[in-house]
Design a protein around this ligand. Structure first.
Ligand code: F0G
Length: 344
């Protein structure tokens, strides 16, 4: 099945330059690879001066991966995984997911005209991510089990050949995810002193390490996992048995862990100080920087997914609104105390 032909003016049915086009020479594609794109990659690299001050570093940059089309960094790898699946004649894709891979697989499979089968651990995935994935046309099966069990089942169906596996075990996913590092190094005009990012299954950490190796860089990588991997409130990284642990270990990345309290504090600080609302897991890299685990004057923290991915978590921690009459004096009275912050 081939998607409808792109208009003459673009090769990929998108005016925004697809990630595969931007990094074509460094990705496993040929002229024959059909490009399935939703305008992923080329995400903002934002200075975070208030957080830099809080962390005691000169420059803190945030790689805002929430700007990807489905709201998380997964789209970088998914554009490649689904394009290659299409090229290889796959008839369907499958993944196990804590929610973001699910939404990304659903979106790119739909774009490619392929069915997507998504396995999620029952009761452990944000409702918004499930709704997004369902809306995008995937078949969602909630597995009575955890993420690791769902992934084993997805791998087996991949082996049987009925579905192309689009988890980060798929090397095309990891190849696509390397591009975040390429972008950062290009935009900063050189490597930062360190990168920090969350560690769930470890696919992204091993992709970053691979990208640095390809660039001939030895930039330190700090990968932050939840202390309580199996029960963290950051459901995106609720993974007991990270499948890429051996690769993460080989990569030389420094693995540190964060408590849920630390994750929540960093997550709220990012929102309240810099105006950036991510999901709780996405603040993991920030925990390491705030704690002084990432050395150097110029550090880059990858913020992996948007806050609207998990509104229930925000609802739990953000201040509740006050109910007022539609009366200006009552409103002015209720608003007293809300003061302006000076720009840095
Ligand atoms: N941040 C977010 C927002 C994620 O969704 C994930 C993983 C990670 C970080 C961790 O990345 O697994 O490469 O170490 N989400 C997967 C999913 C497991 O199914 O969406 P990792």
């Amino acid at each position: 099945m081939t998607p409808p032909a792109a208009p003459e003016s673009s090769r990929s049915a998108a005016m925004t330059r697809p990630l595969i086009e931007r990094f074509r020479d460094r990705l496993p594609v040929t002229e024959a690879t059909p490009i399935v794109s939703l305008g992923e990659g080329s995400t903002p690299l934002l200075a975070a001066p208030r957080l830099a001050e809080a962390a005691g570093v000169r420059e803190l940059w945030l790689k805002w991966e929430a700007s990807n089309p489905t709201g998380s960094y997964k789209d970088r790898g998914m554009t490649l995984a689904v394009s290659k699946a299409l090229e290889d004649g796959a008839e369907a894709v499958i993944c196990a997911s804590t929610g973001n891979t699910a939404a990304s697989a659903a979106a790119y499979a739909t774009r490619a005209g392929l069915p997507a089968l998504v396995l999620t651990p029952q009761g452990a995935v944000s409702g918004a991510k499930l709704a997004q994935t369902r809306m995008l046309g995937a078949t969602v099966l909630e597995v009575r089990g955890d993420f690791d069990e769902a992934l084993s089942a997805a791998q087996e169906l991949g082996r049987r050949g009925t579905h192309a596996l689009v988890n980060s075990l798929n090397p095309n996913r990891r190849a696509g995810q390397k591009t975040a590092v390429f972008e950062v190094v290009e935009e900063l005009g050189g490597p930062p002193d360190g990168f920090a990012l969350p560690y769930g299954g470890g696919g992204n950490t091993s992709s970053y390490a691979q990208a640095l190796a390809e660039l001939g860089l030895a930039t330190p990588l700090v990968s932050v996992e939840a202390v309580d991997r199996r029960a963290t409130l950051a459901t995106a990284i609720r993974i007991g048995d990270p499948v890429h642990a051996p690769a993460v270990e080989r990569s030389g990345a420094r693995v540190v862990s964060a408590t849920d309290d630390e994750l929540v504090d960093a997550w709220r600080l990012l929102a309240s100080s810099e105006g950036l609302f991510c999901e709780p897991s996405s603040a993991a890299g920030l925990v390491a920087v705030l704690r002084g685990d990432v050395e150097g004057d110029r550090v880059v923290v990858t913020i992996t997914g948007h806050g609207l991915k998990d509104p229930a978590a925000a609802d739990r921690f953000a201040p509740a609104p006050t109910v007022v009459e539609p009366d200006p004096d009552a409103i002015a009275g209720a608003a007293r105390g809300a003061t302006r912050r000076d720009a840095p």
